[in-house]
Each structure stands twice: as structure tokens, then as C-alpha cells.
Design a protein around this ligand. Sequence first.
Ligand code: ZN
Length: 134
Amino acid sequence: MEAIDKIREAGLKLTPQRKAVYEAMMELRHAPIEAIISCVQSKDKEITLSTVYRILDSFYKAGLLSQVYHPQTNKCYYDITVHSHHHLFYGQQIVDYEDPELTQLIRQHLEKKNLVSADIEKIQVQITVNKSLI
Ligand SMILES: [Zn+2]
């Protein structure tokens, strides 16, 4: 789906700046704020830091982006993938890891420990690997 459709579908007004930030995220997939800013500014020198911050915040609140914390750097990365998924980490690399079976196993395990399914908001496993992912 195109950036413009995603932004409109989230109920946000389409602006050239929002389109530029969403397109940067489509390209970067997972990125800390500095990387998003430099990607957006490489295409639009006029866009200010505060505008990018504001747009990322509005995208996050509208459910257009999710966030993930890198276990080694403790940095917050914005993530273009918003549905439930896991991550593989190697150095600065972050790769999505889709494994509904793993999510289900954890959910069942937690239910056995008396944590009811309705109380679980999100299950996200972070796996750090010792070889390059690319
Ligand atoms: Zn992700």
C-alpha cells in the first residue's frame, strides 16, 4: 500500500512532510530517530527536526508505526511493522521475525501460570544472534 493511502487510512491529513516521513520509514523499516531525520532531510532540506519528531509521534499514536527497544544499545527504534511480531538483533541490525506459533506457545505457557490471555497486551520476543543477518 502507498504511503498516502496509509496516512489517510489512519485518519491523518496528508501533507508532503508526512508523506516524506512515512516513505523514509518504508525504506528504513526499523530506525532510530536520527536515522529517520537524516533520511528525510536528504530528500527535503526544509523539513525541521521538530516537524519530524511531531510527525513520528502522530504516526505512533495513530498506529502507523510501532516502537522497539534495541537490547544492546537501549535505543528506541521506530518500526514500520505494527502487527504483533518478534525481532532478531545482530549489532545495529534489526530484522522482523514472524512466528505466530512461538507467540501461541508463550501465550499458552503464561495461561498455565495463571496469566489470562485477555490481560496480555503484546508478546514480543527479542532474539540476539551472533552472526550477521544480511
Ligand atoms: Zn519489527
